[in-house]
Design a protein. Sequence first.
Length: 84
Amino acid sequence: MLTTVPHVFAHFGKPEQRILGAVTLEELEQLHAQGHFPAGSMGPKIDAVLRFLRNGGRRALVTNPESLPAAIEGRAGTHFVGAL
């Protein structure tokens, strides 16, 4: 999924902000429940990733167009991993 930012962040805009590199479905569900992805920001994208993974999707990727080549190689972006 392409967006305007190279990564998804936890604690976005706060001093403890951190890049999410590789995230399992379980970790994503916990972060979502904690309110890390507001509706006016990353929320709709994360909701789509959650639906995809919960319905059998194996992997999802969120990044910006500039980072896509590196993200496909696993060197950028946020990678989400569903059940194996």
